[in-house]
Design a protein around this ligand. Structure first.
Ligand code: ATP
Ligand code: MG
Length: 428
């Protein structure tokens, strides 16, 4: 029975006292990205497993350890989205969006699923906000994405974030780098964790990403990709920085940011909270992935994007005591006594809501005292009381719940709306 009243481990219920915060953050991000021309997409919660095997990469932790994969009743292998980028890429290809004007700018908020050990800021169901720009390989596209990401944090009021950038080059510059890395790590093999020893041959770059302290320490003195960039990649990186410098977007070059997959290219960036010692738990990041579209069966198409976890944003905002505007409280509560008054209050509430006022009424046919108590509890700004005598007179008393001031108002709809709008406007 216990299972019936317990949400699945690693998932969260969002209660009324918190849901407005998510809505605020989500709307702010979507609105801000709209200013750059991003258009919202929605993709299904599950996709063919192959898409993630290819698109996320079957050598990654996500694919190897974290995916929720299952067979449906038709025997297909499906997977709950562990992230948003590859689904956006699949959508773009499937619907031929690349036949339209380039670049294609897509944004989304999507639930993601990863089988990880739940802890603060780490859940099995979480939400990602993401933007993806397909079809431009220009450095200014990278700068646009970074600028948008930075602006989002600024607009949310988040401080103490450092933007760290790096370039991980292209497959051409990576050849020499991989060789140098291998050599270095073989020399220090004894201090690597077993997973990283495994990575030595297949993908030495991923060792730099390892969270094991011993591996981290050795990685510190490992060769940096930035010293191995080809002319094209090096120029690209300089150009991105020129745009950031010109717009006074502060950043730090961190040569240790890597992505262990071939289709990630050139620019990578992360936002790190200085107050957080566990830097990996922080916020979001992004970069270029010029090889992804080909990897999942499309034409060559450069792309750059950014993703951030909503829960981590909210945690960060909470820790920085950032105020999120509360939803507005009830504009007017209509208390009614008697059947006719109930009908009248229902009708009046409908009329007021058509004018976008927030109106509540009593649905329990409680006594006047209980109704007023409820009006107080929901913080109604005004309260209107309708009973038989008010109906007879066609007039009722409207009370300003804060000042206690009372007004005699007509119950004739148009008249009431007019007077109420005026009184309400004077207060708000
Ligand atoms: P981490 O190093 O913390 O595991 P990651 O590299 O797996 O992060 P990405 O795959 O880049 O993260 O996902 C983008 C963003 O999604 C992260 O920056 C983070 O904000 C958020 N995120 C990732 N995994 C989780 C999770 N399990 N719970 C909540 N948010 C998450
Ligand atoms: Mg992870």
């Amino acid at each position: 029975m216990e299972l019936l009243t317990k949400a699945v481990r690693g998932t969260q219920d969002i209660l009324p006292k918190d849901s407005y915060k998510r809505r605020f953050v989500a709307e702010l991000m979507l609105n801000e990205a709209s200013l750059y021309g991003f258009k919202e997409i929605r993709t299904p919660v599950f996709e063919h497993t192959e898409l993630f095997d290819r698109g996320v990469g079957d050598g990654t932790d996500i694919v190897q350890k974290e995916m929720y994969t299952f067979k449906d009743r038709g025997g297909r292998s499906l997977t709950l989205k562990p992230e948003g980028t590859v689904s956006a890429a699949r959508l773009m290809l499937e619907h031929g969006l690349f036949n339209d004007v380039l670049p294609i700018k897509l944004m989304y908020i999507t639930p993601c699923y990863r089988y990880e050990k739940p802890q603060s800021g780490r859940y099995r169901e979480f939400y990602q906000f993401g933007v993806e720009m397909f079809g431009s390989g220009a450095p200014v596209a990278d700068a646009e994405i970074i600028c948008l990401a930075k602006t989002l944090f600024d607009r949310l009021g988040i401080s103490n974030l450092t933007l760290e950038i790096n370039s991980i080059g292209c497959p051409i510059c990576r050849k020499n780098y991989q060789a140098a890395l291998k050599k270095y790590f073989y020399e220090n093999k004894d201090n690597l964790c077993t997973t990283c020893i495994d990575r030595l041959e297949r993908n030495p770059m991923r060792i730099i990403d390892c969270k094991n302290l011993g591996c981290k320490k050795i990685s510190q003195n490992a060769p940096n990709i930035i010293d191995f960039l080809c002319d094209d990649c090096s120029e690209h990186f300089d150009e991105v920085q020129r745009y950031l410098d010109r717009s006074k977007i502060e950043y730090r070059i961190n040569p240790k940011i890597v992505r262990g997959l071939d289709y990630y290219t050139k620019t990578v960036f992360e936002f790190v909270s200085q107050a957080d010692s566990q830097r990996s738990l922080v916020c979001g990041g992004g970069g270029r992935y010029d090889g992804l579209i080909e990897e999942i069966g499309g034409p060559f198409m450069p792309a750059v994007g950014f993703g951030v976890g909503l829960e981590r944003l909210l945690l960060l905002m909470e820790s920085q005591k950032i105020d999120i505007p509360k939803p507005k409280s009830c504009d007017v509560f209509i208390a009614a006594i008697g059947e006719e008054a109930n009908l009248k209050s229902f009708e009046l509430a409908k009329t007021l809501r058509e004018k976008s006022f927030y109106v509540e009424l009593d649905v329990e046919q409680r006594g006047l005292k209980a109704q007023l108590k409820y009006a107080n509890k929901i913080n109604a700004q005004f309260c209107l009381v309708i009973g038989d005598s008010e109906l007879e007179k066609g007039m009722a008393e409207l009370k300003d719940m804060n000042s206690g001031e009372k007004f005699e108002v007509s119950l004739e709809h148009e008249r009431f709306v007019e007077i109420f709008s005026r009184l309400f406007g004077a207060k708000n």
